[in-house]
Unconditional design. Structure first.
Length: 626
């Protein structure tokens, strides 16, 4: 038994991190403290000033631990790492962490590479970004590759190295082959400078030079070359339209503010790059109404900048706790001084007010959409209850389907809808083990027996305290089961449930001659539904989803089997390489589309075996017809 009185007495008078645990030993909260003794004791003193969230947490604390650090900044760093590791229930967590892409130019290398990365590291490379529009940055890179066929491999190429045999990319015009000495370091450097000028908006001279070359090509009746130059000019113009550059001055700034209602908080962040607002993001933090404003923004900043690659030099907020400590931590993480400011007047304050107004509008729209969706979902469930003859609205619905082709790779799927919405975390897949051939009835019997037998076993373990509720997969039973089929599938389900002494209503989702959902079969009676009813829309969604989920799993198994058999006939590809390729790419199509560099990055693959693979798919007419 944990002795709270004694442990609170011996708490050290030093900075550190503490983590609260429940009776199952799970970490439910992580916090940092300037003085551990003072901070941790506050939780177990009079709770009059505690918010509802803290009161609820304290009820579940069975023990606590702590780690002493040398400074409050070290405690903050450790706190962020532990929150990422444990994802504690009572910490404010960003469920949709975003890692924005950059274009990275490895200018420290003799023959630099240009590629997309989401990690901003102080390694001497040139970073352009971050780009809040992910599609735009990938479009830019595709255009750059068309204009400048630079190397993409990770070889350590030096001007003094002996020439290597050029790879396939050189032969198909996608690389200038610096490794094969087909371009000098000086000429290659000019290409890199042109790319940097282009991405920095200095494209006028490049376009003028290309136009001259195009004019000469046209005069010499070399129309194919002229057309290629024309395409390059158009690509450069597109890059100019899409790209956004991060400058090296203090105009790299983020503005963060929020709006609270009676329950939730919406935090909005505006990104200012090179003096212009280039993007924004918003995050909804649920059940934060009783948390102090400064703590909300402090926790948001720790979560957001703890996960993003780039930190601007100036961050403007309306309120913040531990401002100096947070700024020190961000400066250490960024490698340069980061300023956190709370402007009271002036232009910066006006921008923050705009951010807050946007947060208010976003949260209101979010709540309106939730209310509208809930009304539609409630109506659909009420109509479904009436159609199925149920006493209560079915809050949890499970649906099942079988997928195979001529009995091969038979699989079953289970999808779950709660309150009219899909609950992806509860979806389950089953590989059929005991049934040979295309026998959908016996396959369905198998997966239902497995699903509900596991469920009963988990319920028993929960009742006997042998299992934690968070570790269960099947203990939650549905209020209604919808089978993807007619009377036959329904009767199979009822037989399995009766054998296990489980009482759950079962209906079948039936389709017409054109394979469109037409209604339900409940108690061996078909119940027609109006095409425009909300219940019909819900049933159609469930039926489409369970079918999609089953087909996706079946296709992945089929592709893995096909992949192994196809790779058996390729020179230089043995069993180990087949397994490694399967593990990395997952399908034949993905391997076929992979570049030489991606293949060579696969464990155990060499340049020779990778080229062998590419040449096989290129020359295999039979496969290309598939």
């Amino acid at each position: 038994m944990f002795d709270f009185e004694y442990q609170l007495k011996i708490l050290p008078d030093k900075p550190g991190v503490y983590f609260m645990k429940n009776s199952l030993g799970e970490v439910i909260y992580v916090g940092k403290a300037k003085v551990l003794k003072n901070r941790v004791r506050q939780y177990f003193q009079s709770n009059k000033n505690h918010g509802e969230k803290v009161k609820a947490m304290v009820k579940h604390i069975a023990e606590f631990e702590y780690i002493v650090t040398d400074s409050e900044v070290e405690a903050l760093i450790l706190e962020c790492n532990l929150i990422k590791k444990y994802s504690p229930r009572y910490n404010i967590l960003l469920k949709d962490d975003k890692y924005y892409p950059f274009i990275k130019i490895t200018i420290k290398e003799e023959f630099p590479r240009v590629f997309i990365t989401r990690n901003f590291v102080n390694d001497g490379a040139k970073y352009l970004g971050p780009y809040t529009d992910g599609k735009a940055v990938y479009d830019i890179m595709e255009l750059i590759k068309k204009i400048f066929p630079l190397r993409t491999c990770k070889k350590n190429i030096k001007e003094t190295n002996k020439p290597d045999r050029p790879c396939l990319n050189y032969h198909i015009g996608k690389c200038l082959s610096p490794c094969g000495k087909h371009i000098s370091r000086e000429e290659y450097g000019k290409k890199i400078k042109e790319i940097m000028d282009l991405l920095n908006g200095k494209n006028k001279s490049i376009v003028e030079e290309l136009k001259k070359e195009m004019s000469i090509a046209s005069e010499n009746l070399n129309f194919e070359e002229a057309a290629q130059l024309r395409d390059k000019i158009l690509a450069i113009e597109k890059i100019s339209e899409r790209q956004r550059i991060v400058s090296d001055n203090f105009n790299n700034e983020d503005f963060i503010d929020f709006y609270k209602d009676e329950k939730d908080t919406c935090v909005q962040i505006f990104f200012q790059r090179d003096g212009k607002i280039t993007g924004r993001e918003h995050f909804t933090l649920e059940n934060t109404a009783d948390i102090e404003d400064g703590e909300v923004l402090t926790e948001f900043i720790k979560g957001f900048y703890g996960g993003t690659a780039f930190i601007p030099k100036n961050i403007y907020v309306s309120v913040l706790n531990d401002e100096e400590i947070i700024a020190q931590w961000l400066s250490l993480k960024a490698g340069y001084k980061v300023n956190i400011k709370v402007p009271q007047i002036g232009e910066k304050r006006k921008v923050l007010e705009m951010v807050k107004n946007n947060a208010k509008i976003t949260l209101e729209q979010f709540k309106e959409k939730i209310a509208l969706d809930k009304a539609i979902q409630d109506k659909a469930l009420q109509e479904l209850r009436d159609a199925a003859g149920l006493e209560e609205i079915p809050k949890r619905i499970e649906s099942y389907d079988i997928s195979n082709i001529m009995g091969m790779d038979s699989v079953g799927s289970m999808v779950v809808f709660e309150n009219g919405k899909p609950k992806n975390s509860d979806y389950r897949r089953f590989k059929i083990n005991t049934v040979q051939g295309a026998n959908d009835y016996d396959s369905m019997r198998e997966i239902l027996q497995r699903r509900f037998t596991h469920g009963l076993d988990e319920i028993r373990k929960l009742q006997e305290n042998e299992m934690n509720i968070d570790a269960t997969k099947f203990s939650m039973f549905p209020d209604l089961i919808l089978m993807d089929g007619g009377k036959g599938q329904v009767n199979i389900a009822l037989e399995v449930l009766n054998e296990l002494n489980i009482r759950i209503p079962v209906c079948g989702m039936v389709k017409d001659d054109k394979h469109r959902t037409r209604g339900l079969i409940c108690d061996n009676i078909e119940v027609p539904l109006k095409n425009n009813s909300q219940a019909m829309h819900l049933i159609t969604r469930i039926q489409d989803e369970v079918h999609r989920f089953a087909i996706t799993y079946h296709r992945s198994l089929r592709d893995k089997r096909t992949l192994l058999s196809v790779l058996e006939g390729i020179p230089n590809i043995g069993e180990k390489r087949r397994r490694e390729l399967l593990k990395k790419f997952g399908s034949v199509d993905n391997i076929k589309k992979a570049s030489l560099e991606e293949l060579m990055d696969t464990p155990s693959m060499t340049e020779k075996s990778s080229i062998s693979l590419i040449e096989y798919f290129k020359g295999n007419v039979e496969y290309n017809k598939i």
